[in-house]
Design a protein around this ligand. Structure first.
Ligand SMILES: O=P(O)(O)OC[C@H]1O[C@H](O[C@H]2O[C@H](CO)[C@@H](O)[C@H](O)[C@H]2O)[C@H](O)[C@@H](O)[C@@H]1O
Length: 275
């Protein structure tokens, strides 16, 4: 096995390189070479929305196409593949019903499965659940009669979407929601995403999720692909472990490599699948 990038920093030209956005959808050959070198000991970790599929007006519209499903199936046969999503684990598994995918983290890592078995799950105390339910009710009332908002209750996480709302109204609603969260759930995190404000239990983040997955994949080189602020802890952790961070799109946190968007990711993965 080629372990040149395990337990040591990436070569100077890759480590924290200014990360050019690779124009168009042409494949970054340097990144492809680096990934191919690790062959069966490569662990590919993917965020979903904005990384594997383009952002859509509403969450239910961002479904994978058949080519993506076939691509992940082929990748899963050749490499270790994990999905690390802000979505509910059940939902993301329904979108990508593939036994070839080894690892799954849902709700930003509040629920994790590996090789078909539950690995870890955040334990929501009854007191915390009751407060979360009260907060949910409060938000539902706040949004009643307002257009363009969507409230997603993911069990462990609440997401307040405002992509289709009026800008000024969204600003007011977000401020009010933040204020209420500090009253109902003062220990919880408030995390902005792409036109969404998410409310999560303490300690839940994609960095912790990836750390749990990596502990089950000793000797593998991790490569993480992510597009937004929620992916920052995972990108950081993977690069600290001398793995490969790939920032996808213009709003992505810093990483050694940059790709223009989901189509550029797909072109790279298609090449990675070739014999
Ligand atoms: O970590 P991810 O897998 O990228 O999930 C992050 C959030 O994605 C979804 O919301 C985002 O994508 C929607 C569809 O493109 C878009 O309409 C929305 O504005 C985005 O915020 C999902 O609904 C959330 O639960 C995830 O946390």
């Amino acid at each position: 096995m080629d372990s040149r990038h395990l337990g040591q920093k990436l070569p100077q030209n890759h480590a924290r390189a200014p990360g050019r956005v690779f124009g168009g959808h042409a494949v970054r050959e340097d990144l492809l070479d680096l990934l191919q070198k690790h062959n069966a000991r490569l662990l590919l970790l993917f965020d979903y929305d904005g990384t594997l599929v383009p952002i859509a007006p509403t969450p239910d519209k961002a479904r994978p196409d058949q080519e993506l499903v076939r691509l992940l199936k082929a990748l899963g046969r050749r490499y270790r593949v994990a999905i690390v999503s802000g979505r509910r684990l059940e939902e993301i598994q329904a979108f990508l019903p593939l036994s070839e995918i080894w690892g799954w983290a849902g709700c930003h890592g509040a629920e994790i499965k590996v090789a078909g078995k539950e690995l870890w799950r955040y334990s929501l105390s009854s007191e915390e659940k009751a407060l979360k339910d009260k907060f949910h009710l409060y938000l539902a009332q706040l949004l009643a009669g307002r257009k363009g908002f969507l409230l997603e209750d993911k069990g462990f996480v609440l997401a307040l979407h405002y992509r289709l709302a009026d800008k000024e109204e969204a600003k007011i609603v977000k401020e009010e929601a933040r204020r209420a969260a500090e009253t109902f759930l003062p220990r919880w995190q408030i995390r902005p995403g792409k036109k969404v404000l998410e409310f999560l239990p303490p300690g839940i983040n994609k960095g912790a999720a990836v750390a749990r997955l990596l502990a089950e994949a000793q000797g593998f080189l991790p490569a993480y692909f992510g597009d937004d602020a929620g992916d920052a802890p995972a990108l950081r952790l993977v690069e600290e472990k001398a793995g490969i961070g790939v920032a996808v799109g213009s709003q992505a946190p810093p990483a050694s490599f940059k790709l223009a968007g989901p189509e550029a990711v797909r072109q790279l993965l298609l090449r990675l699948c070739q014999p």
